[in-house]
Design a binder for this molecule. Structure first.
Ligand code: FAD
Length: 370
């Protein structure tokens, strides 16, 4: 079990000491920021409300005896540069003061225990008539699979994937670029010059990326960012708008775009690896955990019901009503049984996170995960 009593220990550690930075929330973003700040030479404390670190990237024992990813379950968006070891040039600006530029390594998450596993398939869609669509990460296989249903769709899908490839390169560029520095104090002449050079380099690179896409692609890119999407297999990644779709395709695993990795030990292992890197850099967090390899015995399942797309306030009942929740779970299981007969009898335990649960437990306003 991770860090039970974390809050009181952290409070004791924080009291009576002046910190350069206090990070509120030990989600993976907070932990990452803390690790980088500490590597930049700052004293850093992370305060987490829950008894476990990780936020929505968490492995928990909700079903007794089984530890599994409770919310986020696949890793793709964590930038490769954070996972890798490399030497980069960083300037930190925080709490009205600019830290000297430093050479610091990235977080080296593999050395800190992160083990990513390549998934066998990208998506599996069973049909009630026994047919199925199995998408992998191989272009030819995907063309064959989609052609089982429609040759036209297979061709269109290849064009669609190629276009997303182009779009994700500009998103990746933006994600990996340092945001412009924000300065309250009157900057010195050398700070002003450095800031101008950094901004010029950023905009020049940005312009080069955009020009390399060509005018039509740029227009299509903007269109995609703002348009709703409707096709079932594709739309699951783009609920709300095309921008959400880009979020789902711009990640990568071992250099392959849009491959979402499983994480050995569940998503909590990502947070654990980051917290290890942070602690090594001197960040104050309490963790005390060992990550256990399988989730459930062969042939059995523990189920995490991630119900983001159900109404916050259902019209036919209330999420607080235990009977209503139980009936909802049974309906979900029956649906899965139609495609995977016997599934429900293999379930040894489950966790249900409805929209109000996500808001209450994880602090996600309105249960929005993006
Ligand atoms: C059900 C679900 C499934 C998802 N699936 C995926 C997926 O498969 N892949 C993926 O990449 N992303 C997925 N996501 C999204 C991803 O998990 C989040 O984007 C990510 O975890 C956000 O990280 P964060 O560190 O910014 O915030 P969070 O993970 O929300 O962490 C914030 C932390 O701050 C703490 N906190 C809040 N307020 C306070 C306070 N006042 N004082 C102290 N602590 C506080 C919270 O307890 C929490 O630990 C999913 C999200 C959910 C909810």
């Amino acid at each position: 079990m991770w860090g039970r009593g974390f809050a009181s220990t952290a409070r004791a550690a924080v009291e009576g000491r002046k910190w350069d930075a206090v990070v509120i929330g030990a989600g993976h973003n907070g932990l990452t920021a803390a690790a980088y700040l500490a590597r930049g030479g700052m004293s850093v404390a992370v305060l987490e409300r829950r008894h476990v670190i990780g936020g929505a990237a968490v492995t928990e024992e909700i079903v007794p005896g089984f530890r599994f990813s409770r919310c986020s379950y696949l890793l793709c968006l964590l930038r490769p540069s954070i996972i890798r070891l490399s030497l980069t040039f960083h300037t930190f600006w925080i709490f009205n003061r600019t830290c000297p530029s430093l050479f610091v390594g990235e977080l080296e998450l593999k050395r800190h225990g992160l083990k990513l596993l390549r998934p066998m398939a990208a998506a599996f869609t069973p049909c009630s008539d026994g047919r199925y669509l199995l998408l992998s990460f191989d272009e030819d296989e995907n063309r064959r699979e989609i052609s089982k249903f429609s040759r036209r769709d297979a061709d269109a899908y290849m064009r669609y994937e190629n276009q997303l490839d182009k779009f994700s390169s500009i998103m990746n560029f933006l994600l990996d670029s340092h945001p412009p520095e924000f300065q309250h104090e009157v900057p010195s002449f050398s700070d002003r010059m450095r800031s101008r050079v950094q901004k010029s380099v950023f905009w020049a690179r940005c312009l080069r990326q955009i020009l390399s896409m060509g005018q039509k692609n740029v227009m299509d890119f903007v269109d995609l960012l703002l348009s709703p999407t409707t096709k079932q297999m594709v739309s699951i990644d783009s609920v709300r708008s095309g921008y959400v779709l880009l979020h789902h395709v711009m990640g990568e695993f071992d250099g392959d775009r849009n491959v979402w990795a499983h994480v050995q030990g569940g998503m909590g292992s990502v947070s654990l690896a980051i917290s290890n890197a942070a602690k090594e850099a001197g960040v104050h967090i309490l963790t005390n955990t060992e990550v256990d390899k399988t989730i459930s015995p062969p042939g059995k399942h523990v189920v995490s019901l991630f119900t983001q797309y159900t109404p916050y306030k259902p019209s036919n009942g209330r999420w607080e009503d235990l009977t209503y929740r139980e009936q909802y779970v049974q309906r979900c299981f029956s649906l899965i049984d139609e495609y995977a007969p016997g599934f429900s009898s293999s379930v040894v335990g489950f966790d249900l996170l409805t929209p109000p649960d996500l808001e209450r437990e994880m602090g996600l306003t309105g249960s929005s995960i993006s």
